[in-house]
Write a protein that binds this ligand. Structure first.
Ligand SMILES: [Zn+2]
Length: 272
């Protein structure tokens, strides 16, 4: 059974949890670390002979066009994570549409290949027919913008757990969850992958593949394998705990997850 591996390509200082402290206008003042982490991730994926989907922030694509080219050249899927990591809920419909079109065209200009997928920053896509209509009009075929769990920063605990038609012919591909005693538990990565022991995640994917007969969808960030990243000042204790927890362990855990299951990109798994 094929599972979908996805990476949200952004810098450590662009995460939503830091957005009150690190303003967009200050981004150029921070040391860029994405290139090094991406080299390690691309090398790891190559050594496992697998493809993945990379949801690349437009701001990153502008700064690192060679990185985008390399991702594409190595056979991976290039998709959009928007231009500036703004929550969709903070944009007007017109701004959302412009963000979708600008980021798609930027990536397509760099690679020469069609961009089909979008992931909303912080899984902030409202699950309305209007959202999917805007996505369709902006040229997208699918979105992977829902994590059906309860979380203070993101999550739609009542959303469908597996891929569903969001509207206007656009498929929504949610991040994987486990259903236990009528509740959804995270199984598809992010901070939970660093928080919970490896065997929990292994059990989760076994259950998805063997018991439910479904593909899993996993997501991660380059900064999650970068234990040496600079630490911006002024982040809350909770924000620090979540962001810096087990950074040293993530690369090794990821390597195990790649060994234990079979992976590809969303476009391969769902055959776009
Ligand atoms: Zn993001």
């Amino acid at each position: 059974m094929l599972n979908a591996m996805t990476v949200d390509v952004e810098e450590y200082f662009q995460v939503s949890a830091f957005s009150d402290v690190v303003k967009r206008s200050e981004w150029p003042n921070y040391e860029s670390r994405v290139r090094e982490s991406m080299d390690r991730i691309l090398g790891l994926f190559e050594s496992h002979d697998m493809k993945a989907t990379f949801f690349i922030l437009g701001w990153i694509a502008r700064q690192h066009p060679q990185l985008v080219k390399q991702i594409h050249r190595q056979g991976h899927e290039v998709a959009s994570h928007g231009m500036y990591h703004e929550r969709v809920t903070e944009l007007t419909s017109q701004q959302f549409s412009t963000d979708l079109i600008d980021s798609r065209m930027l990536l397509e200009d760099i690679t020469g290949a069609q961009v089909k997928g979008y992931r909303a920053p912080s899984f902030s896509l409202p699950l309305t027919t209007q959202s999917y209509e805007i996505l369709a009009d902006a040229g997208y075929r699918y979105s992977s913008s829902v994590y059906p769990i309860k979380h203070d920063h993101y999550g739609e605990p009542n959303a469908e757990r597996f891929n569903f038609e969001g509207g206007s012919g656009v498929l929504e591909v949610p991040i994987s969850t486990l259903r236990i005693l009528g509740r959804n538990f995270p199984a598809g990565g992010g901070g939970f992958f660093r928080l919970l022991p490896y065997h929990y995640h292994k059990m989760g994917f076994s259950r998805l593949n063997k018991v439910e007969g479904k593909a899993g969808v996993f997501y991660m960030h380059p900064w999650e394998i970068d234990a040496e990243q600079p630490r911006p000042i002024g982040i809350s204790a909770k924000g620090r705990f979540r962001h810096y927890l087990n950074l040293k362990k993530t690369y090794g855990r990821l390597a195990r997850l790649l060994d234990d299951y079979v992976w590809s990109s969303i476009e391969q798994v769902y055959q776009f």
